[in-house]
Design a protein around this ligand. Structure first.
Ligand SMILES: [Zn+2]
Length: 482
């Protein structure tokens, strides 16, 4: 009897020591929480780019991956909680590299979705994010603390400082830098506050970008950019680490481009569609970025939402997550974007030039990656309001497959590559013994049918399994409000 009591106490202690930091608010979403968990008979896509392996067993112990092996030879200890996952696939937690916390409220004002977005990211299988531009960086930093302490559900966060923007911005929530000294001061101030990366924005001057990069690099932080006043090759010369969005925002091919200035037509889909990834100036840019170790972040969902009449398919789960106001704004925007009289007025014909430009972006990203470039994956919420946390990250992986990557390559880009860029690869980004147990349990086989990536059932973060459906349910009608 006493022996049994001791065993019981040890078990209780082990369970309690692992979950004691989780608040009741977080515990409400926990489906699996045991010191040892065995995911048996599951298909594993490990994130390295290797082919899917059938009938594997993954053992999680104290929040980490202990082993991955053939189910037949796996040594499942008696104390393990066993999940039989026949018919399921496990992939590493996604690493979302353009995963903001804000939502457009109209008239170029953005509201922080500090309640709904962290839940949706986690529910969608995203266990690590980079915020990639913050409009409320203090909120993002506090949110990160709350998530890390187990007080609120959400992904691990790399918080980006406030946008490094120059004069002339459209966004009233962005500080406009007054010169390179201000850029240096701003970077140092926000590094002191706890951010670990920065994003330069459209109107930043070359001097300011150079100063920001130098200040960030001095303290081990990285800088990405959604640029306009500076072309991609010039940004590479200034030492930038990453470029957001790809070709859509590279102004260096624009005939009106003047040094340090954003050209009138900052996005030129007709010109873009004419560029060739295999030869000429665009090909040279690809090679230049690869040589200079500049990454590119793919954000295809936001461009798909803006480029195609009728695409993407409006999903019920997205509409359900939106507040009534946000839902009607999205539906109105969708109707307007495919209105033929509006197309005629804007482009002089019935055909939008954007689908051809989107196709070119797919070609560019594929060519960049195949040339040895580090391609990262994000969603960029929210376009016209329909690209939202978690669901958009899954759509990004599907669109990478449309670009020509195999499903396993697309998953590699959305997991391993992001972790590598963030310096997290020793802890996450692949399924391997010794790493943190950040894993997504998916019904079906995304290695054959990438759309199965939408069938997330359980998301493990540090070995704790969260109920995806419950998280999604908890924010029904909240997106667009909080
Ligand atoms: Zn963005």
């Amino acid at each position: 009897m006493r022996k049994l009591a001791v065993v019981f106490f040890l078990l209780w202690f082990a369970v309690e020591s692992q979950s004691q930091t989780l608040s009741p608010e977080v515990k409400a979403f926990v489906k699996v929480d045991a010191p040892v968990v065995a995911l048996t008979h599951v298909r594993v896509i490990d994130g390295t780019g290797a082919a899917a392996r059938e009938d594997q067993t993954i053992i999680l112990r104290q929040g980490k991956i202990e082993s991955v092996s053939d189910a037949a030879s796996a040594n499942v200890s008696k104390d393990a909680q066993v999940l039989d996952l026949h018919g399921y696939t496990v992939i590493p937690g996604l690493v979302g590299m353009h995963d903001h916390m804000f939502y457009p409220m109209g008239n170029a004002v953005f509201g922080e979705m500090a309640y709904s977005f962290p839940r949706l990211y986690l529910a969608g299988g995203v266990t690590t994010i980079r915020t990639t531009g913050g409009l409320e960086p203090y909120t993002d930093l506090e949110l990160k603390k709350q998530i890390d302490k187990g007080k609120t559900p959400g992904p691990k966060m790399h918080v980006t400082g406030p946008y490094l923007e120059g004069p002339g911005t459209f966004a009233v929530q962005m500080h406009q830098l007054s010169g390179p000294d201000d850029a240096t001061k701003t970077v140092n101030f926000w590094l002191d506050q706890g951010v670990d990366n920065f994003k330069a924005y459209m109107f930043i001057t070359p001097d300011e970008l150079g100063a920001a990069v130098a200040a960030a690099h001095k303290r081990g932080a990285k800088v990405t950019g959604h640029l306009c006043s500076i072309g991609f090759r010039e940004a590479a010369d200034l030492g930038i680490d990453d470029l957001e969005h790809g070709l859509f925002v590279d102004t260096e091919f624009s005939p009106d481009k003047k040094p340090g200035k954003c050209p009138e037509d900052s996005e030129n889909p007709k010109l873009m569609a004419q560029l060739d990834v295999k030869s000429g100036p665009l090909h040279e840019t690809i090679l230049y970025l690869v040589q200079h170790h500049v990454a590119v972040t793919s954000t295809l969902p936001v461009f798909e939402m803006g480029s195609f009449a009728g695409r993407p398919t409006l999903e019920k789960r997205v509409l359900d997550a939106l507040s009534p106001d946000a839902r009607s704004a999205l539906l109105w925007n969708r109707v307007r974007s495919s209105d033929s009289s509006r197309l005629k007025q804007r482009y002089g014909g019935d055909v939008s030039p954007w689908p051809a430009a989107f196709q070119k972006e797919l070609e560019f990203e594929y060519a960049f990656s195949k040339a040895g470039g580090l391609l990262l994956a994000g969603l960029d919420p929210t376009g016209m309001g329909g690209v939202i946390a978690g669901f958009g990250d899954q759509r990004e992986v599907e669109l990478l497959v449309e670009a020509g990557f195999t499903p396993v390559e697309a998953i590699h880009i959305a997991t391993y590559n992001g972790a590598q860029f963030l310096g997290d690869l020793d802890r996450t980004g692949t399924i391997a013994a010794g790493k943190q147990a950040d894993l997504v349990v998916i019904k079906g086989d995304p290695s054959k049918k990438i759309e199965d990536i939408e069938n997330v059932e359980t998301v493990f973060k540090d070995g704790v399994g969260y109920d995806s459906a419950k998280l999604i349910d908890s924010v029904r009608g909240h997106v667009g409000t909080n």
